[in-house]
Design a protein around this ligand. Structure first.
Ligand SMILES: Nc1ncnc2c1ncn2[C@@H]1O[C@H](COP(=O)(O)OP(=O)(O)OP(=O)(O)O)[C@@H](O)[C@H]1O
Ligand SMILES: [Mg+2]
Length: 270
């Protein structure tokens, strides 16, 4: 039996398949593209790949391509030298170089502006970077893991994402199924979250009442594992240290959880 990845709960069939693929690719230098809907565990998988690699004791650097304004993203990634632009009073190492010897996690890669896609591709192919404002070329040894909840293939069709970068990134795709497609994981995940909540307050963990379990198993979880975690956090508080979590402690905030964690660049009009 394939054990879950470090920090991950659930032994449903699609997850066991994912664990197997992840364990195969983890020790390699291969670029991995982790896809899946919001809250499905993409970042957890990326961190597990790093932990299971020979780079585990080296840095794990995260860049959220949707959260950093386009104008800052290039200097954030590749660094800059003094005088490269107004306000660049001293040189700064970028996140790529900061990940030297380790792993660079490019989150929300679908939001990477076209202007930077060619620069990222060049770095992936040549393993070299140039800081803004400097002709000096640095060799970097960095393993790249990217994640997205958008359909990158679709973005290629609509000319928002470079085809060559798409192929380069998806050398080894890992797709997380939505929580609704791994029903047998719901209860173990719920118990895991309740146990962690109880442990954090040094209390005994309440049990889940049978009808509460049925409610959890019937819900369609548009916000996936993150939504389950939040529903249980609320339920745990509402149960007021009682011995049992009951149906009245469980409330789903419909329609909220399936929103994007960040407004996309498009939504911001950028
Ligand atoms: N299999 C799992 N076992 C335990 N915890 C999990 C699992 N999957 C996800 N989680 C937890 O659920 C939350 C959401 O996971 P994560 O941040 O990895 O999702 P994501 O796919 O990156 O979401 P987003 O698309 O919104 O960025 C985290 O708190 C994470 O620890
Ligand atoms: Mg994430």
């Amino acid at each position: 039996m394939m054990p879950p990845l470090p920090g991950m709960i659930g032994t449903s069939e699609p997850m066991v398949r994912l664990y197997r693929l992840a364990r195969l690719v983890a020790p390699r230098l291969t670029t991995v593209l982790v896809t899946g809907p919001t809250g499905s565990g993409k970042e957890l998988v990326a961190r597990a790949l790093h932990k299971l690699s020979p780079r585990a004791n080296r840095p794990f650097a995260v860049v959220n391509c949707a959260a950093i304004p386009e104008a800052l993203l290039e200097s954030e990634l590749f660094g800059y030298v003094r005088g490269a632009f107004t306000g660049a009073v001293q040189s700064q190492v970028g996140r790529v170089q900061a990940a030297q010897g380790g792993t660079l996690f490019l989150d929300e890669i679908g939001d990477l502006p076209l202007s930077l896609q060619s620069k990222l591709l060049r770095f992936l192919e040549q393993k070299e970077i140039q800081r803004l404002g400097s002709p000096e070329v640095f060799r970097v040894d960095v393993r790249v893991i990217a994640a997205t909840n958008s359909d990158l293939g679709q973005r290629v069709v609509s000319h928002e994402f470079r085809k060559d970068l798409y192929y380069r990134l998806s050398a080894f795709p890992l797709e997380l199924p939505p929580l609704a497609a791994r029903g047998s994981d719901i209860l173990p995940l719920a118990r895991f979250f309740i146990a962690s909540l109880a442990a954090s307050t040094h209390s005994a963990a309440p049990t889940l009442d049978q009808s509460a379990i049925r409610m959890l198993e019937r819900h369609n979880w548009p916000g996936n594992v993150r939504e389950l975690q939040q529903v249980l956090e609320r339920a745990y508080i509402l149960a007021e240290d009682g011995p049992e979590i009951l149906p009245e402690h469980i409330c789903f905030s419909s329609g909220v959880a399936d929103r994007q964690p960040f407004p996309s660049r498009k939504a911001l009009g950028a």
